[in-house]
Design a protein around this ligand. Structure first.
Ligand code: SF4
Ligand code: MG
Length: 327
């Protein structure tokens, strides 16, 4: 199948008083129709900024996409006007964030908030929108949808609100769903239910999902393809089974050392000693070198490129660069 979302050599920088933060530093990725791609990495590695760049939500002038190319179904997203971007969001591309509360309006009822995009994007009548909203609420597994229509956000639990966000996200039949840590704020049982719901949606509507997470348990359950980011770079990527069974990059290996058990999402990425480096003024080196037990002299002098090592499996590490002569 064709790539629905294509990101090529994306660079998103933030201009701060202390210097330029290269939050996303030349990354490329593809999401195909009906496929779930997980971007995984520690906080501050550029996962969310990648999603914001796709959605046209990077706050200018501090932040800016300074290079590369983002295409959705062939359309160059970086060339769209703000209005066109807005039309794309919540239509072809929908999003779900970690904190549903911050995306909902506290003074409007749930019903009003679900119906709004139905009027706006699908141009339904009030009656049709109401019927569709009720249908969506039950679709995301909430009982007594008519009552929920009249509730305000503060009256619902975090898990219910996330279901509502998903209802809003899927209301316009998006082809791509971007979810940034959608279950991080929820307790484990609710997390599992929300992930089940996302999988059901993917299967029913063939929706492509770009899922951002720091949680390898979520990756194991959801991903078809995994992209591991570190310090604004993709350092390894591959099909989920290949990556989990045969990780090559020392960072990925570290992440997987305590391999997550399905259904148990406790493993956090901070089990690797050290921190993501300050992204200002990074030298030409492997950005992981000061945390890497396999560090060689070349690693401090030159950045390894992402190289294909197997079908769809790519890694950026000098350990796999025999032909370079440098390692
Ligand atoms: Fe470690 Fe060197 Fe590979 Fe970086 S390039 S991960 S420092 S071995
Ligand atoms: Mg984030």
């Amino acid at each position: 199948t064709n790539a629905l979302l294509t990101i090529d050599h994306l660079q998103t920088h933030f201009f701060t008083p202390s210097g330029v933060v290269k939050a996303v530093n030349d990354i490329s990725l593809r999401v195909r129709e009906g496929e779930t791609v997980c971007i995984v990495g520690e906080s501050g590695c550029g996962k969310s900024v990648t999603a914001m760049s796709v959605l046209g939500l990077v706050a200018e002038p501090q932040g800016k996409v300074v290079g590369g190319d983002i295409r959705f179904d062939g359309v160059d997203l970086l060339q769209l006007s703000p209005l066109e971007k807005q039309q794309l969001r919540g239509n072809d591309i929908a999003m779900i964030f970690q904190e549903p509360m911050s995306s909902l309006n506290p003074v409007l009822t749930i019903g009003e908030q679900i119906m709004e995009p139905l009027w706006e994007h699908l141009l339904l009548s009030k009656k049709e929108a109401r019927a569709k909203a009720i249908e969506l609420i039950s679709l995301v597994g909430i009982p007594r949808p008519e009552e929920i229509m009249n509730a305000y956000p503060h009256q619902l639990s975090g898990g219910m609100l996330q279901r509502i966000m998903i209802a809003i996200a899927i209301s316009c039949n998006p082809r791509l769903l971007i979810a940034d840590e959608p279950t991080t704020a929820l307790d484990v049982t609710i997390q599992a239910q929300i992930l089940d719901l996302l999988r059901e949606i993917k299967e029913t509507y063939n929706t492509a999902i770009l899922l951002i997470t720091h949680d390898l348990g979520v990756v194991a359950e959801m991903a078809d393809y995994v992209v591991v980011m570190y310090a604004g770079k993709v350092i390894e990527e591959g099909p989920v089974l290949e990556l989990f069974s045969n990780p090559r990059h020392p960072y990925t290996r570290g992440l997987l050392q305590a391999k997550p058990v399905i259904g148990q999402r406790k493993k956090r990425l901070n089990s690797i000693p050290g921190q993501v480096p300050n992204l200002i003024g990074l030298a030409d080196s492997c950005y992981f070198h000061d945390r890497c037990e396999s560090c060689m002299s070349v690693c401090r002098l030159k950045q390894p490129e992402l190289k294909q090592i197997d079908d769809g499996h790519r890694v950026a590490c000098w350990l796999y660069e025999e032909e370079s002569g440098l390692a």
